[in-house]
Unconditional design. Structure first.
Length: 315
């Protein structure tokens, strides 16, 4: 199930150190639900077709200087119409003081007006980046997320198959844990997923027979990481003599998570296989593929050349 999120306006004001020029009566309950931020342009000229009232509205030097050229009556009419859409808040950049026409209409329509010290372009871009992360679509999946040589490996498989034990072995080999048992995954852009651990179980691993351990206190702060991009999904399964497993690595598999296709491989395990070493090799191999080198493809091409040279037939 995909969770939906919102950002309380008071938290946003605290995060960006926004001062309150006018506080609406529902200030504490206002929630920002869209990541886009607008700078009213045509709206100040009276054109409100296709206006998006769910967005935060930001005024800067250009907009405020344009408004100053209007008569007080014209400014009042513009703010009257702008605030009638019940926008989440109006933010005025560069610490510009709103005039009385703005504040009077804010009181009339009960709209919050905020101010900030930063330049307009900076506050707009910062707000969009913050909201994009905070409001990103997200989902929680059962698994273990580890950082191996900079690659985010999401280990999935049935309960008790050895994901947490493999993570501990990787940690002992110098790699880092992001999440054990439950992984919160959010879509940060069209092609990337970010994984982290729920706050309640962050830095903890459950090992059957031992119990819950705190990785940060047992192995040190260098053994943990707050979040990581998910580069590869590894499905760990029990070895079956009735299954055919990929031996060359030519067949690329993907799994769809939140509309993003992530590379996936299946690793069958039997007693005696060193899963941690296999995961390290998988991480390095995936990194090579992203950098343009594919060992399986190179090996296949060498075979083809060998048979062409010796028999004239393509392998």
């Amino acid at each position: 199930m995909i969770d939906t999120y919102n950002v309380p306006l008071p938290r946003l004001a605290e995060e960006f150190q926004l001062s309150i020029a006018h506080r609406s009566t529902d200030f504490e309950s206002i929630r920002v639900t869209v990541e886009d931020v607008s700078r009213p342009g045509l709206q100040l000229a009276g054109y409100f077709d296709h206006f998006e009232p769910m967005r935060l509205q930001v005024l800067g030097t250009v907009e405020m200087s344009y408004l100053r050229r209007m008569s007080e009556r014209q400014r009042t009419d513009i703010f009257d119409r702008l605030f009638s859409f019940k926008i989440p808040a109006l933010i005025i950049a560069r610490n510009i003081q709103p005039d009385e026409s703005c504040l009077s209409m804010a009181r009339k329509h009960d709209i919050t007006v905020l101010r900030c010290q930063e330049a307009t372009s900076y506050i707009v871009s910062s707000l969009i980046a913050y909201l994009k992360s905070a409001l990103a679509p997200r989902i929680t999946r059962h698994g273990v997320l580890v950082d191996v040589y900079g690659e985010g490996l999401l280990l999935v498989g049935e309960s008790g198959i050895g994901k947490s034990e493999a993570a501990v072995e990787l940690i002992k080999r110098g790699h880092r844990l992001i999440a054990d048992d439950a992984v919160e995954i959010k879509k940060i852009d069209a092609k990337s997923l970010m994984g982290t651990a729920p706050k309640l179980i962050r830095n903890y691993i459950e090992l059957r027979g031992i119990g819950v351990i705190n990785v940060a206190k047992l192995f040190g702060m260098g053994a943990i990481k707050a979040e990581n991009v998910i580069d590869l999904v590894i499905n760990i399964v029990h070895w079956s003599n009735h299954e055919i497993y990929d031996r060359l690595g030519l067949d690329e598999q993907f799994v769809d998570i939140l509309g993003v296709k992530v590379p996936q491989i299946t690793i069958p395990i039997t007693p005696g296989r060193n899963l941690a070493v296999i995961l390290e090799a998988a991480a390095m191999n995936n990194r090579q593929k992203k950098m343009g080198y594919n060992a399986a493809m190179e090996f296949t091409q060498q075979l083809n050349r060998h048979f062409d040279e010796n028999s004239g037939q393509s392998f």
